[in-house]
Design a protein around this ligand. Structure first.
Ligand code: SF4
Ligand code: SF4
Length: 469
């Protein structure tokens, strides 16, 4: 049996006190002060101990960054002096899409490399928009595929970003006559992408490159940022160029496995130019995820391009319109257009923009993606609060400019370890052992719109307002 692919996490403490959801409220004047087993010592998640170890002076209120809200401490205080309240700063964290819970949970995953535990259970709405209107079908959860996660069987999360041969030819003796085509594989369906904003110092970008190299995936990085410092990670870097700039980066292109070129007029000539510089080069074309994306994907699938990298908004939406569709619908649109034209197998699809949680990876694959690109979660792993002060030239509250390379790399590797383990959990529960077979596998999902239409439609008729209120 081949060695299992796994990402090894190393606990990497935050540099700044993270913003926790809960703060303590204590009436200490009533504290008996004699409990041998103060409730703070009995928290099974060691929230108070960790707080004290890292930064607390035990002053009140204490901010409990990874508290699971199980309320054991509140229930078991013998004098009833102890309570929890929502931290006001937590309420200001993030926005409607990059919610405080997502940011907080990403910090914890980058800290520990562990799958987040939600403790007192999920208390959000039954369904919401976008990815939150899809459920993965966990009906295989008791089947032996569970062994793939913890035991005997292998769940393969590897995907390819290179073109596949259309047909194989064989010699009369049964041996392969076709020339073996080079293959570009990544061990998990996630590539990293240079974020559009943030304190992107040389060390921050190097940390992203080192993390990509460590887990075996790729970092898409602007060619102008790719200095000689990045050479140790060259095999895992995809310089992004345009038809006007690629010739300037000929040396870089010669030393790269894949290059991304931006979509635009004159692309055919640029594709020939790239192949002339490096005939073995894998080529990705970067294009916006707009209403023309499906049509362009159809054109490009018939060229030498290996992969399309389609980028939506940071909020997981279509770009270039006032009424943007959600990423899940855009992925379906592009994937099904290629399936309809019987050319889906000719090209790989990577979708970026708004991939915020591990479950978005699995759901994107189910919708038809080969892989996804992540950018803002990389910043959040480095403690970014998405406050966007840096876009206004203001000081970064968590001093991203002072991040050290190893610390940054470990935090991103930890996040990827946690996401990879969550993908394994979903695939195991869905009975899928190959990430490549998850592509477009709608049968392993349930969609709110379908369930509502089929279950309540015959009783209540058609929903007048589209979307989930
Ligand atoms: S609510 Fe539960 S998890 Fe949170 S601090 Fe108290 S005992 Fe620990
Ligand atoms: S914490 Fe704020 S200022 Fe710092 S990188 Fe993130 S968005 Fe920019």
């Amino acid at each position: 049996m081949p060695k299992k692919y796994s990402i090894h996490a190393h606990k990497t403490d935050p540099r700044f006190p993270p913003i926790g959801k809960y703060a303590t409220v204590e009436f200490r004047e009533d504290c008996a002060g004699s409990c041998r087993q103060c409730v703070k010592k009995r928290c099974v998640f060691h929230i108070f101990r960790d707080n004290f170890t890292h930064w607390s002076t035990m002053s009140e209120p204490e901010y409990l960054y990874t508290c699971k809200s199980c309320y054991r401490c509140v229930e078991e205080c013998t004098k009833g002096i102890f309570s929890l309240a929502i931290n006001p700063e937590y309420r200001t964290l993030g926005d409607d899409y990059w919610k405080a819970g997502i940011i907080n949970s990403t910090w914890a995953q980058a800290h520990t490399g562990s799958i987040p535990v939600s403790g007192a259970g999920y208390r959000g709405p039954f369904a919401a928009e976008g990815f939150d209107s899809i459920w993965t079908d966990m009906s295989e959860i008791v089947r032996p595929t569970r062994d793939g996660i913890h035991g005997r069987e292998y769940i393969n999360t590897m995907v390819e970003l290179s073109k596949r041969p259309m047909r194989l030819r064989f010699n009369p003796d049964g041996t392969l006559a076709s020339e073996e085509a080079p293959v570009l594989e990544i061990p998990l369906p996630v590539v990293l992408q240079q974020p559009a904003f943030g304190v992107l110092s040389k060390t921050v970008l190097l940390a992203m490159a080192a993390a990509a190299s460590s887990v075996g995936t790729l970092l898409f990085i602007k060619a102008e940022e790719y200095t000689p410092f990045f050479s140790p990670y060259a095999a895992h870097l995809v310089p992004c160029v345009t038809k006007d700039t690629y010739a300037r980066y000929a040396d870089l292109i010669k030393g790269s496995r894949m290059v991304e070129i931006a979509y635009g007029p004159g692309l055919d000539e640029a594709l020939s130019g790239l192949k002339a510089i490096n005939p073995d080069l894998f080529i990705a074309v970067g294009l916006p995820l707009d209403s023309a994306a499906a049509g362009r994907a159809g054109e490009l699938a018939r060229t030498c391009v290996d992969t399309l990298h389609l980028t939506g908004s940071d909020y997981g939406r279509e770009v270039g319109t006032d009424n943007p569709r959600h990423l899940k619908d855009m992925i379906r649109d592009v994937h099904l257009a290629l399936v309809g034209n019987r050319i889906r197998h000719r090209i790989n699809l990577v979708f970026s923009g708004g991939i915020a949680l591990a479950e978005h990876v699995a759901k994107s694959l189910i919708c038809g993606a080969d892989a996804v690109g992540i950018d803002l979660p990389l910043l959040i792993a480095l403690e970014c609060r998405l406050c966007k002060r840096c876009t206004q030239g203001k000081r970064c509250p968590v001093k991203l400019e002072a991040v050290e390379l190893d610390w940054g790399k470990n935090r991103i590797v930890n996040l990827l370890a946690a996401w990879h383990n969550q993908l394994l959990e979903v695939m195991g529960a869905c009975g899928i052992r190959e990430a490549r077979r998850m592509r477009g596998e709608l049968g392993r999902s349930m969609w709110f719109d379908d369930l509502e239409r089929d279950s309540f439609g015959p009783v209540f008729g058609k929903r007048k307002v589209t979307g989930i209120g």
